[in-house]
Ligand binder design. Structure first.
Ligand code: TGC
Ligand code: FAD
Length: 392
């Protein structure tokens, strides 16, 4: 890949809305991405392999659950800090942000929010440092957008439960040490369980052949009469609001993260348009190229304002799930549209691994699909503003 020369666009001087701490965090994660991710990511994506050696560095950067209190090994940071971290990571690659957001929002968040004190002390510090890695099992082969229909279930067997069922499309599954799994209890209510690698009957076959998120490991979770101790059940939540609450945290991170891809594509295309000469002048001097770039920076600026305000609301505990849905949907749409336009500005070079754009574009096909598809988020907004449920 060409040298990483990234500079983020800030057309409306939004840096003035950030604290010095936010800017320090951004500088630190950006420097880490430029040094440790950018030089290797294209190669790992081409080989469809997750670079496992980066886990330690991600932990040292504080990218795993930065909002978790210090008592449990986190940094106790606000949600804008979390958003900034996810943006910088996803600017490098969506698969890297995926690993961090699954660990922070989908594994640490439920243990922090719904777990017992013993569960928090046992798992959170190790998860924060990357000593333990986790994954999150909600989606099933026949229940994706509609997790309320899930079939995975457990029965009572004294001091433990017996878990059966399967989950698919699970990020980090192939190497995760633990899985936060959502399944029905004997009364049919949805509960969360912490399933550990090594429990008999628990396997995690890898999913191959993806054209998207190639540097992220995806797999299934298969439970064949797995004995799970009752102390591994998350005691403080029951029902779909448990997993959906985790999704609110992860979708928030994606809303910031996807804009990182958009900014990287814009930055790359702008620089290319100033240097590439055709018909005797830089292609950036042609009106059609300027239209693309002007529209990109306009959408990026609108998206930056949206996620910043969402970050303020989330840090104050006031962001609604519906507001988060709007931002997740908007950022993914903005990013994928910009990636496609930026690819055109680079002409043939745009399809090569020399630049990050095509990789971002392919990754974004997953990002616009997972954590609720583009249309599911539209329906969430539609329901919120009309009061009518169009899902069912
Ligand atoms: P519904 O009746 O609307 O809600 C059930 C209960 O949950 C509450 N709730 C939420 N709570 C917190 N955060 C949210 N975002 C919430 N959304 C709903 C709701 O208030 C209710 O509470 P209560 O107390 O009344 O019980 O549920 P529904 O079955 O009608 O479903 C609604 C729908 C379709 C929006 C929901 O199922 C949905 O969001 N579907 C999309 C599924 C999805 O996003 N799956 C993601 C899987 S994980 C993943 O993709 C990880 S990718 C990770 C990576 O690599 O980065
Ligand atoms: P479906 O639900 O079958 O949807 C197919 C199409 O139908 C979509 O266009 C959808 O918008 C549309 N549709 C569905 N219902 C409606 C409706 N009511 N009205 C209108 N249109 C509708 N899940 C996890 O639990 N953990 C993970 O870590 C995880 N990681 C993932 C990683 C990757 C790379 C991918 C691709 C997915 C991952 N997922 C994960 C699963 C992801 O959340 C689901 O793919 C997503 O929620 C959509 O479910 P589905 O693929 O079954 O599509």
């Amino acid at each position: 890949m060409a040298q990483d020369l990234y500079q983020h666009p800030d057309y409306y001087l939004l840096d003035e809305l950030l604290t010095d701490e936010h800017k320090l965090i951004r500088d630190s994660v950006r420097a880490y991405v430029k040094k440790e991710i950018s030089p290797i990511i294209e190669d790992y994506a081409q080989r469809a392999e997750f670079p496992r050696q980066i886990i330690k560095g991600l932990g040292e950067q504080g990218c795993f659950g930065p909002f978790v209190p210090q008592k449990y090994g986190g940094a106790g940071l606000d949600y804008i800090s979390y958003g900034i971290m996810m943006q910088e990571l996803e600017r490098g690659d969506s698969g890297i942000r995926s690993t961090a957001s699954v660990q922070g929002s989908l594994v640490m968040y439920p243990i922090l929010t719904y777990g017992s004190e013993e569960q928090k002390m046992k798992y959170l510090p190790k998860l924060a440092g990357g000593e333990l890695m986790g994954c999150f099992g909600l989606t099933e082969p026949d229940h994706g957008s509609n997790p309320a229909g899930m079939l995975s279930n457990y029965t009572d067997a004294g001091d433990h439960v017996i878990l059966n069922g399967s989950k698919m499309w699970i990020s980090n599954a192939p190497f995760a040490d633990i899985a936060v799994v959502w399944a029905r209890n004997p009364e049919g209510k949805i509960k969360g369980l912490i399933v550990e690698r090594g429990m008999e009957g628990f396997t995690t076959p890898e999913t191959h052949g993806k054209w998207s998120l190639r540097a992220s490991a995806t797999g299934e979770l298969v439970f064949d009469n797995v004995k799970v101790p009752k102390e591994n059940i998350l005691p403080n939540v029951e029902g779909l609001k448990g997993p959906l609450g985790c999704l609110s945290s992860a979708r928030f991170g994606i809303a910031w993260g996807a804009l990182g891809c958009a900014m990287d594509c814009y930055d790359t295309a702008l620089r290319y348009s100033q240097q590439r000469i055709q018909f005797g002048k830089p292609i950036g001097a042609f009106q059609l190229t300027q239209k693309k770039l002007a529209e990109m920076i306009t959408e990026i600026t609108k998206g930056q304002l949206l996620v910043w305000r969402l970050g303020v609301l989330r840090s104050e505990g006031r962001a609604t799930p519906e507001q988060i849905s709007m931002a997740k949907r908007n950022s993914c749409h903005t990013a994928i549209t910009i990636a496609r336009e930026a690819r055109q500005i680079l002409g043939g070079m745009g399809i090569t691994g020399e630049y990050s754009i095509m990789r971002h574009m392919m990754n974004l096909e997953s990002v616009i699909t997972y954590e609720g598809t583009h249309d599911i988020h539209l329906l969430i907004t539609g329901q919120d503003v009309t009061g009518f449920n169009a899902f069912k």
